[in-house]
Design a binder for this molecule. Structure first.
Ligand code: AMP
Length: 547
């Protein structure tokens, strides 16, 4: 081999904040705080405080590779923890506080978190957890002395007091880029949660990928507000890609309702945001009800579950916002695809472009994908064949923390590894992928598959429907048939017959739901996805009129 003669420099998480402090030192980070009010400072301030926290962690004895947990909203202290922990060689483990306390305790113990940092919102939760997490050496309240919660937990520490004695005369260590930087547990609905362990290398490379023009399109002129929580796959990489590009960062704290978000979007002149569909539903309804507009927002990235076409249309019609449909998973760091149009589509009609933007999107550089049939044979990219979706790439996991779940990789005929996503999809000749279902949610009717997501999207485009879920119900002749479960908008009237009529002409006849059930609300997971396992249990005995 003729080796290249370039400098040997490892790809490290600390390099992102160091770059931001040097090249964008006066660019702002604005946070809505849990204590009340707004906090403002700059990348230079954040980098210095991260170094001070790194010194505090060393004093506490947190060693390389050890895990430090967080139970926190999107805010500046959480951001400092990201850099202080990973930058010093330890592993930041973001825990989803919306999980059940038993699951949280299980995850903290499985990760063997040495310390857990928490926002005041979660003080009572922490008080309950402490007795079940004996391995945790201390619980750090992310606040100052004046706001310390009065809870009984062993070794309760105060964030500001912890960093107070340290000056920041600390040099970020030159780590191996393959060393672990972050840990996230998947929000699986069955079995124990599984940990995905990101490396410095994968985190930095993902920040590049996710910044690209056809990804989040982030620059030093961007003001970006991650609505997606920092405990959900690292807010899709935004805390890493914003400093990489010198974008102004706006953290919403606990205020994820329409009113709080609108205030922040307008007040801070936010240009780019990202989050799951349920949050946007809340925001769009709030804006409509109060006759308000988004005047600076240009792009809303929507993923985590399928983005209904009606949401893409509403963002565009009502606010002139480009709503970009994206897909990924914890196991992929998370970004996989985004539905941005290609140059050749500029000549297409608005409706043709709209149809493409409603798909789940094209792969970004660094990710490859394919669909396969039950025997593992690759299926054509014709936009029609459904298959199990497999991915590979340098930001895709090769296994789970502590070997949980066993070997998750499959080899192809060239000996290359692929990861089975558990999603079912089509891919069209232009490379646009469309998720039709989780493999366990797909409805198998008479040997053919019906996409529950397609049926849900049609239902939510009806003006009287707030939310919809479709599940398969056992059928004596067809194996399974679709049941449509619907939450009506407040004060809306809608009958089963009216809703089924709405499907006519929009789908093949045999996809027509066999029945409709109206409910007050639908169950969701801790990351805002429809909890179909619960719906399947709830409707287990449902008698279809066609059975
Ligand atoms: P998580 O690891 O919590 O991010 O969940 C990943 C899973 O969420 C994926 O495997 C999909 O099943 C689902 N998901 C994410 N984005 C989308 C999307 N745009 N459309 C449909 N499903 C999605």
């Amino acid at each position: 081999m003729l080796r290249g003669i370039m400098m040997d420099q490892q790809l490290l998480v600390s390099s992102l904040i160091v770059h931001a402090a040097r090249a964008h030192g006066d660019t702002e980070i604005v946070s809505r705080t849990v204590e009340g009010g707004m906090h403002r400072y700059t990348y230079a301030d954040a980098e210095l405080r991260s170094r001070r926290l790194a010194q505090a962690l060393a004093k506490l004895g947190v060693g390389e590779g050890e895990r430090v947990g967080t139970l926190a909203w999107n805010g500046y202290r959480h951001f400092e923890i990201y850099y202080a922990v990973s930058g010093s060689g330890a592993v930041v483990h973001t825990v989803n506080p919306r999980l059940f306390p038993e699951q949280i305790a299980w995850i903290i113990n499985h990760a063997d978190d040495q310390y857990v940092f928490f926002d005041l919102t979660f003080a009572a939760l922490v008080e309950g957890l402490a007795a079940h997490c004996k391995g945790v050496k201390g619980w750090v309240a992310m606040t100052d002395r004046a706001h310390m919660p009065s809870i009984k937990v062993p070794n309760l520490l105060c964030y500001e007091e912890l960093i107070e004695p340290h000056k920041g005369d600390y040099a970020w260590p030159e780590l191996d880029e393959w060393s672990a930087a972050g840990l996230c547990y998947t929000s699986g609905t069955t079995g124990n949660p599984k940990g995905v362990l990101y490396s410095h290398r994968s985190t930095v490379l993902h920040a590049y990928n996710a910044s690209l023009p056809d990804s989040l399109n982030c620059s030093a002129a961007t003001t970006i507000l991650p609505v997606v929580p920092m405990f959900h796959v690292n807010a899709w990489g935004i805390p890493y890609l914003a400093p990489m590009n010198g974008a102004k960062l706006v953290f919403p704290g606990a205020g994820l309702d329409g009113k709080s978000l609108h205030e922040l979007f307008e007040g801070e002149k936010v240009t780019t945001t990202a989050g799951v569909p349920t949050v946007w539903l809340g925001l769009l309804n709030y804006l409509r009800d109060n006759k308000l507009k988004l005047s600076t927002l240009k792009t809303a990235i929507v993923g985590g579950s399928a983005c209904p076409p009606s949401m893409i249309a509403d963002f565009e019609k009502e606010h002139g916002v480009d709503c970009v449909h994206a897909w990924g998973m914890t196991e992929m760091s998370p970004l996989g695809t985004l539905a941005r149009i290609k140059g050749k589509h500029l000549a297409s009609t608005h409706d043709e472009r709209f149809a493409l933007r409603c798909k789940t999107g094209r792969i970004i550089y660094g990710v490859d994908m394919k669909i396969v049939d039950g025997e593992g044979r690759e299926l054509p990219h014709d936009g029609k064949a459904f298959g199990d979706l497999l991915v590979r790439g340098y930001c895709v996991t090769a296994g789970y923390f502590r070997g949980e779940g066993g070997n998750v990789l499959e080899k192809d005929e060239h000996g290359r590894n692929w990861f089975r996503t558990g999603d079912v999809a089509t891919i069209d000749p232009d490379g646009y992928m469309q998720i039709t279902d989780r493999s366990k949610d797909v409805i198998k009717s008479g040997g053919e598959w019906i996409s529950s997501i397609d049926l849900e999207n049609i239902a939510v485009s009806h003006p009287a429907v707030a939310e919809a879920a479709v599940i398969g119900i056992a059928h004596p002749k067809w194996d399974e048939r679709p049941l449509l479960i619907v939450v009506k908008k407040p004060d809306a009237t809608l009958t089963r017959e009216e809703l089924l009529k709405f499907y006519e002409g929009k789908i093949a006849k045999w996809w027509m739901p066999d029945d409709v059930a109206f409910v007050d609300q639908l169950p969701h997971t801790a990351t805002g996805k429809l909890l179909k396992t619960k719906l399947r249990t709830d409707f287990k005995g449902h008698k279809l009129p066609t059975a």
